[in-house]
Design a protein around this ligand. Structure first.
Ligand code: HEM
Length: 567
């Protein structure tokens, strides 16, 4: 019968058996997939109950569907109010992330328990796929390369120590001379081409770290280190923000990262650029070292330390590159924010001018020695750091090295823990009328001053053991530059063709985790003929003094020419 059936086009017994087996296998696969999903969702629900409050997660996608397209820090501030808790949990895919929204909780968790919150979470895209890796174990199969993303541990300590040898608090006083000179050049440049003020700030910031790192100044706003590197940093900072473009899939299902890169060309194209960037900084370092191995600069120190710490090529590259990556976009964006604040809040200027005119006068610009007497100017600088902090979600996330507890809630080991600096600096309780730029809140006896959990009164540079390595350099440079710009110019809104002021928007910022104001026009008017003469005299002298750092980089020319050809 079976033979007859088969010859008539009916399935044979073996066919029926095979298709039943296939169905069974498929059913088993589906059942085990479903069981896995249910188990995973049960894990999510269990954690949801134990962790700080937040919206109910869905299986697999968590709360991802709730994420706004851009600037999620506003949304997390709202969530914190909605759940009446300064610390909230938000599920990005299958992973819980914790967002800290006020200064007291940030201080309790990230400062007082600095030893616990000293690590970084696993970052599949930004550390593993870029080839940087995160292990802090020097004997790991694939050790970490960059201190910014490295897990807390032995290798991270070596990188942190080396970075501090370059830009630590003890070191940065030595840089005051050329940092001050580069800041004088900003004022001189703005006098001559005020419409390019952003490029002047960027040149200044890049030049300071370039002298520290490579003993070579960045003398032109056309230098590719500005036009290319800062642009790449801005793009990378946008991608790192959880939102529409955040490569959530890889973080949620890390195994996907092992699939062929050709399946995700849009992501891997960007990562390729980043890899080339890593080679680029090594080439620059090697060039500076070969030119003058005895010259005192950071990369020469790194080459000296290389045998002691067994530094790999990629590590030298990342240590040198971090000066630009972490230090140039952040410092220049802070100065752009300062300029916006002057345009939007002209009423704060007369008080700071009164102090600068009294302490400094019109015949020379402010100096480091004036600092103790420039009390209001220092309050002004603090308010610049607070008002629109550049690292608006505190840079990279922290992660606890062991399970932790906060207010009876659990925060498991390795949890992505982010200080929402926007919310921290925008809290009415600590900073009444927070969108108003108001240096008075940093004056001790002012009725607008409020207690804060740290002495500085802001959390712009992060927390605990991962606090910004370049904080001293950035604070000292921002102080001298803001003081000089305030002394030199009346910075105002631009005028249109009819002579009316063009309004500025204090909410119009870029979307990256290092944000800056969207381009806006403004007016720089020198405050007096005596001040103009002083800016010109000091600017010329500064350029002369800085000429010892002038020089071309063939490696850089080659790299950017090659890149242009490839593009
Ligand atoms: C206004 C300027 C700057 C701001 C607002 C800023 C802010 C930050 C923030 C918020 C972090 C993360 C801290 C944390 O995880 O708790 C950070 C880390 C870091 N910053 Fe800065 N930064 C600035 C300038 C600089 C400069 C000039 C350098 C070096 C030349 C630098 C080097 C670093 C490094 C190496 C890290 C990683 C530290 C680690 O993970 O251990 N930064 N910065």
């Amino acid at each position: 019968m079976a033979v007859i059936g088969s010859s008539m086009g009916l399935p044979s017994v073996s066919d029926i058996f095979a298709s039943n087996v296939l169905r069974l296998v498929l059913a088993l696969l589906a059942a085990s997939g479903l069981a896995g999903l249910l188990l995973d969702f049960a894990r999510m629900l269990r954690l949801h109950r134990k962790m700080p409050p937040g919206p109910m997660p869905w299986p697999i996608i968590g709360n991802t569907h709730l994420l706004p397209k851009v600037k999620p820090w506003y949304y997390f501030e709202q969530l914190s109010k909605q759940f009446d808790s300064p610390v909230i949990t938000f599920w990005i895919g299958r992973n819980p992330t914790v967002w800290i929204n006020d200064a007291q909780s940030a201080s309790e968790l990230l400062e007082k328990k600095a030893a616990v919150y000293s690590s970084r979470p696993r970052m599949v895209v930004f550390a593993e796929l870029t080839g940087m890796q995160q292990s802090s174990d020097p004997n790991a199969k694939v050790p970490g390369t960059n201190l910014v993303t490295m897990f807390y541990g032995e290798r991270w300590r070596v990188h942190r120590k080396l970075t501090h040898q370059g830009v630590g608090l003890q070191q940065v006083r030595r840089y005051r001379g050329f940092q001050n000179d580069e800041s004088k050049v900003i004022a001189y440049d703005i006098l001559r081409s005020p419409e390019q003020y952003v490029a002047h700030y960027e040149r200044y910031a890049a030049s300071v770290v370039s002298i520290i790192g490579f003993n070579r100044r960045v003398s032109s706003i056309e230098d590719p280190i500005i036009t290319e590197v800062i642009a790449v940093m801005q793009k990378a900072a946008e991608l790192k923000v959880p939102g529409k473009e955040f490569p959530m899939l890889f973080e949620t299902f890390p195994w996907m990262a092992r699939l062929s890169p050709s399946l995700f060309p849009w992501i891997f194209k960007g990562l390729g650029r980043r890899r080339r960037g890593q080679e680029f900084f090594y080439t620059l370092a090697e060039e500076a070292h070969t030119k003058d191995p005895d010259q005192s600069c950071y990369v020469n120190d790194l080459f000296k330390e290389q045998p002691k710490y067994n530094l790999r090529k990629q590590e030298i590259s990342s240590l040198a590159g971090n000066l630009f990556g972490a230090g140039s976009d952040t410092s220049s964006s802070t100065l752009i924010t300062f300029t916006l604040a002057c345009c939007a809040f002209p009423e704060v200027l007369p008080k700071v001018w009164e102090e600068l005119d009294r302490v400094v006068g019109p015949h020379r610009s402010p100096s480091w020695e004036d600092e103790p007497e420039l009390v209001y100017t220092k309050a002004f600088v603090k308010e610049v750091f607070r008002w629109r902090s550049v690292a608006i979600i505190g840079g990279q996330p922290h992660a606890p090295v062991s399970d932790d507890e906060w207010n009876g809630y659990i925060i498991p080991k390795g949890t992505w823990t982010q200080g929402n600096v926007w919310s921290i600096h925008h809290n009415e309780k600590d900073f009444p009328d927070p969108d108003r730029f108001n240096p008075d809140r940093y004056m001790k006896d002012s009725p607008e001053s409020r207690p804060f959990p740290n002495e500085k009164g802001y959390m712009t540079f992060g927390w605990g053991r991962r606090v910004c390595s370049g904080q001293g350099l950035a604070e000292q440079g921002t102080f001298i530059t803001v003081a000089r710009m305030l002394w030199a110019f009346n910075i105002q809104k631009a005028l249109d063709e009819q002579g009316n002021e063009v309004p500025v928007d204090i909410f119009s910022y870029t979307d990256g985790l290092n944000w800056r104001p969207q381009p806006f026009k403004c007016r720089f008017t020198v405050r007096s003929p005596e001040i103009r003469a002083a800016i010109e005299r000091e600017g010329r002298q500064a350029l002369q003094d800085l000429s010892e750092y002038d020089g071309e980089s063939e490696a850089m020319d080659r790299f950017f020419k090659h890149n242009k050809q490839e593009a």
